[in-house]
Write a protein that binds this ligand. Structure first.
Ligand code: ADP
Ligand code: MG
Length: 304
């Protein structure tokens, strides 16, 4: 049976459709230098003498000032991958290069923000941001003035003398972002940074992050479980599968920039979100014949 003509004429939006501005933006992104080169990366963990491969054959490039989100089922190795990028864990095979140099241990060229609040509770907001600057050898007065500028950037200058316990969850994460950016990392690594915040604060934080990123030359690698968050923030979305973790698709986000909350219901946004849903929750086909037939009541007799 063929569909009636009116059905064929329905406008369809595909996540692969890009308007000219979006396509031109990707062209420009790919012309920028490769910041992170991930080459055939593998990670194994030993468990009671058995080797378990968490992910294998991860290979892709991420460019300067790109915003990449990573999505995938729990346990597929997202955090492990970010920890290897950060130099907190070692790969079992393959390599990551940052600006052409293999990543070894942690370094000031990579900043991290986690879901849990990681500020030093005994230091003021300003001292928290100054900490890394002083560690890197900057004079106290320089560290102080630079910390002030970063706090200005995240809108918390007024709170520079407050202690972390006096701040809301969203404010603490803004301080964590200021602290991570103060060392001027080339890559900002964010592992579900807004996961513990309520929906409204989370939406505000997404907008803050986009504003900050527009002003700073930094590549962002961001893990989230929230599809709206991934579609709203990123240039590309890395979708990982599990057992073992692998790249399912690296999707170019067709939603134009600058982003605004009004885009959440736009055709390109919805098409993108549907595509990710499809990739991470493929339709389950139940073969009726194989289900055990258990008859608990007679009610079934007259309902079919
Ligand atoms: P995700 O962030 O995608 O949820 P993780 O990277 O945290 O996944 O973990 C991936 C898998 O690796 C999980 O099965 C986890 O149990 C295992 N894993 C993580 N860290 C270790 C470790 N240090 N030792 C053994 N297994 C680990
Ligand atoms: Mg994780």
């Amino acid at each position: 049976m063929t569909a009636p003509p009116s059905m064929n004429a329905l406008p369809s939006s595909s996540y692969l459709d890009q308007d000219e501005a979006v396509a031109a933006r990707f062209q420009r992104i790919y012309e920028r230098p490769v910041r992170l080169k991930v080459d055939n990366l593998r990670k194994d963990f030993q468990n009671n003498g058995a080797t378990r491969t968490v992910f294998d054959k991860l290979s892709f490039n991420i460019h300067r000032r790109e915003f990449v989100t990573v999505i995938g089922p729990s346990g597929c190795g997202k955090s492990t991958f970010l920890r290897i990028v950060a130099g907190l864990d070692e790969a079992s095979g393959g390599e990551i290069q940052l600006d052409g140099h293999p990543v070894g241990g942690p370094g000031p060229d990579r900043g991290m923000v986690f879901q849990g609040y990681t500020l030093f509770p005994w230091l003021t907001v300003k001292r928290n941001v100054m900490f890394g600057l002083e560690m890197s050898g900057k004079a106290k007065s320089t560290a102080e003035s630079e910390a002030g500028l970063w706090l200005e950037m995240v809108g918390l200058r007024k709170f520079e003398n407050a202690y972390p316990h006096e701040l809301s969850g969203g404010m603490k994460q803004r301080v964590a972002i200021a602290r991570a950016l103060a060392n001027e990392p080339r890559v900002l690594i964010m592992d579900e940074p807004f996961g513990a915040l309520d929906a409204q604060t989370r939406a505000q934080m997404q907008n803050y992050l986009l504003q900050i990123w527009r002003k700073v030359d930094v590549t962002i690698l961001f893990i989230t479980h929230d599809l709206d968050e991934a579609c709203y923030l990123s240039d590309r979305i890395l979708v990982l599968g599990a057992n073992p973790g692998r790249v399912v698709e690296f999707i170019e986000n067709p939603v134009p920039r600058p982003r605004s909350p009004a885009q959440f219901s736009s055709p390109s946004f919805v098409a993108l979100k549907n595509r990710i849903e499809e990739l991470i929750h493929p339709p389950v086909e139940i073969e009726e014949q194989q289900l055990p037939l258990v008859r608990l009541t007679e009610a079934g007799d007259d309902v079919e």
